[in-house]
Design a protein around this ligand. Sequence first.
Ligand code: SAM
Length: 293
Amino acid sequence: MAGTLYLVPTPIGNLGDISPRSIQALEEADFVAAEDTRVTLKLLSHLGLKKSMVSYHRHNTEKMGQAVLDRLLSGESCALVTDAGTPAISDPGEELVAQCARQDIPVVAIPGPCALVTALAVSGQPTGRFTFEGFLPMNKKNRRARLEALRGEERTMLFYEAPHKLPATLSDLAETFGADRPVSLCRELTKLHEEVRRTTLGEAARWYQENLPRGEFVLVVRGAQPAAPEEAILEDGLELAGRLRTEGLSLRDSVRRAAQELGLSRNELYRLALERELQGERGAAPVLECGLE
Ligand code: SAM
């Protein structure tokens, strides 16, 4: 029977964030697959654990992935860890999990530290619906295409970014979404210099053009305002009022009924209906009446 692949999250800054269950998984696994064995060695020493380790990182996923799979298929269990946070989230592991799924090898994901969830929770931006975009492509054309695809995105958007690329990324985001779009810059989460700067893309871009960004960042960008259905709804209101008009109702009564049925502002609908009548759209004689509310 195949062994289990455990996805073990590690702290994104604060060592106290490793959970008892993660420690147990590290303790009990037959071997640990680590993104950088030197980083993981420090964590294991801190936990007082000695483990057999293999290195599994983005440049050897094919070769090492197969070696890990072979050991899992032979019945060994493996704890997969990355340098920080949850494996497979903008980190090595995604492909290994997919291969395990294809070969019916059990995978257990242990919940724990993850920069995107921590940032979203503290951002102050709407959390009900969000999209995680990870790192934007570095290639100019792909980056532009990705940003264009997000232009009308209404959900909160999360981006990972390295400090040296932050100023350019903020400028690109401001250009795409507008300088006034709210953003929360979540920096050095769970660390000594943790900071959440809630501002706009334009202000953030200006600030980091002049001040060197330091540390790790998650950008939480407010989604686009939903396109106001107002206009369309008012058009519906006008249509209904028009129909009622042809049935013999006065302008005032037809607007009153239409506004009530569709939940619209009577004054707004009345103003528009009057405008239309004055323009002679329906050919009816304008009935000048006073405001309704
Ligand atoms: N797998 C990790 C996770 O679960 O969040 C993400 C790894 S990804 C290679 C590294 C990126 O995560 C950084 O460039 C940064 O955007 C974000 N990140 C990691 N730790 C962070 C922290 N303490 N504060 C803010 N962002 C962090």
